[in-house]
Design a protein around this ligand. Sequence first.
Ligand SMILES: [Zn+2]
Length: 369
Amino acid sequence: MAVYIGSEIYQRSAFGHNHPLSSARQETVLDICRILGWLDDSNFIISPKASTTTLTRFHDQNYVDALKAADALGSVNIDVRKQYNFGTMENPLFKGVFDRAATTVGGSIEAAKRALCGKTAFHPSGGTHHGMRNRAHGFCYFNDPVYAIFTLLDAGLERVFYVDIDAHHGDGVEAAFLNDDRVTTLSVHEENRWPYSGKMEDNSHDKNGGRINLPVPQGLNDSEFLYIFNNLITPTCETIKPQAIVITCGADAIEADPLSKMSLSNQVLWQTVMALKAETEHLVVLGGGGYNPWTTIRAWVGLWGQLNSYEFPEILPDKAQAILARFDSDLIDEEDRLPEWITRLEDAKTLGYIRDEIKRRVDLLFALR
Ligand SMILES: [Zn+2]
């Protein structure tokens, strides 16, 4: 059985109108799951908020204190802004930022606890994979995947596999576990894209795991992703034999995301998560990026449906269509919006040619094992 971890805190406005994360992604995923009859009190868990003591286990006390103080004050001075990288366009200061970020951490800890009890835990508000120990980074204030992994390690697990299929490199999580051979991190991300780390030369895996980075060229299609899955992700998983898997399943690698240029369909993301689910007893599925509200919401609603083996409707119910139709986005031109973004959950698969460069990189990483 799967459990969904969420909170009303994500209904409050956040990030500010012009920010790519200002859209009401989280509550809409919840609303549509409820309309489909996929969510009720029996499988929904309210996310707790992580305490300051918990937050300082990974993050520096000074940074945690500074974010809390700035949130209470409603402003940040220039020195604090420079030192901790919040109060910027990228990581704006908004009312309730501290509680929201602390709730995301609490949610991922709860997700890992549920996974340890044998449930598949879905926490789409999680996946703030860029958060650094001492500063905000890439729309992330704290790093909740790190805490999901801590919780699994605290329970005595010794082989945890972190898989990051967001369009951006999972730099914060990788940095947190560089020197911990109990954790293998694997990130597939678009090359030459912010944060510009996770290059082919940034690989250091051996039989104990390590860090694996596969940067991919723009336009990665489903066929190419499946090649990567079958020839890199699956063999790595078979080598590690993970006791638990944590996935950051950002939706920004799906075609038509305004902040990246990959071309996956939501179906390949679902297929990946379901295949990894079969490899472990303890699975934590987090969200991540996703800046096209229509593709992101449908990807995560569908992911929840897949995790529960729910039957997918051919056409979304009118109420769900009405919610999606009301959405707007300054980042996506009206003529680029597809009618099926309103009517259906599944994207059309993006099958195509597998470029030699991708095969070459996958083979190189495979050989390093
Ligand atoms: Zn991303």
